[in-house]
Design a binder for this molecule. Structure first.
Ligand SMILES: CC(C)(COP(=O)(O)OP(=O)(O)OC[C@H]1O[C@@H](n2cnc3c(N)ncnc32)[C@H](O)[C@@H]1OP(=O)(O)O)[C@@H](O)C(=O)NCCC(=O)NCCS
Length: 200
């Protein structure tokens, strides 16, 4: 494998159809193509996607050999005043539990730090144990609950917050988590930060 097989980059126009398909598979069709188009055009939106060449994706464990998806994950936040409102975080079901969700969330938080934001927040279903465990692992705290927040199911949402994004200690921890995360991933990333799509 080459060092750049796992790619993390801002969503591009050419990936619009692929991201809608990933959204359908992971989130049951939350946003439309027009919705993603608006994200591309919004200066307040940060939308990152993970992709790998098909062969590498299959090596890393797709259950459908030869049919790996063009995108493996997506994550998005809206910068609102001093806050990063995380609106999406999803990994293709064939690639769960490989560290990709954590990797993507850390990348979003790094982007939030680079934008000078102070806090991150999101809503999550009370039954979504995987996501809650992931957010709590990275320091998010439960700050409240919205009753019947999800219209279709009437399920409650937990409101999670993570403060201190501009605290130098947080940046230090972010770098440590990122390094550990990179070591764990079944793919490699470019080592030179100058070449990283996440460089400011
Ligand atoms: C939540 C989600 C993004 C996690 O992605 P993932 O790539 O499988 O997660 P990772 O492998 O990076 O796991 C990182 C940590 O999250 C937690 N975690 C992830 N999946 C978990 C599960 N099924 N059960 C318990 N903890 C879990 C663990 O703390 C894990 O750390 P560990 O591997 O050291 O135990 C993924 O399950 C997903 O896409 N779910 C559907 C969409 C969704 O619910 N998004 C969140 C909306 S707020």
């Amino acid at each position: 494998m080459t060092v750049s097989e796992l790619q993390l980059q801002p969503l591009t126009q050419a990936q619009l159809e692929a991201v809608v398909e990933l959204d359908r598979v992971c989130l049951g069709g939350l946003w439309t193509l027009e919705g993603y188009q608006r994200e591309l055009e919004s200066p307040n939106s940060e939308l990152l996607v993970l992709s790998v060449p098909s062969a590498a994706a299959n090596e890393a464990g797709s259950s459908q050999k030869g049919q790996s998806p063009p995108l493996l994950g997506l994550g998005c936040f809206w910068a609102i005043v001093e806050e990063a409102h995380i609106t999406l975080l999803a990994i293709h079901p064939d690639y769960h539990r490989q560290g990709l969700g954590q990797f993507l969330l850390l990348a979003l938080l790094e982007k939030a730090v680079q934008r000078g934001l102070e806090r991150a927040t999101l809503e999550v279903r009370v039954s979504n144990e995987a996501a809650i465990a992931l957010y709590q692992k990275l320091g998010f705290r439960i700050a409240g609950r919205r009753k019947g927040y999800y219209q279709k199911t009437q399920e409650d949402a937990l409101i999670l917050w993570l403060g201190g994004l501009q605290d130098p200690k947080f940046l230090q921890n972010l770098k440590i988590w990122q390094q550990k995360g990179r070591d764990r991933l079944p793919w490699k990333l470019p080592e030179n930060p100058q070449n990283s799509p996440l460089s400011p």
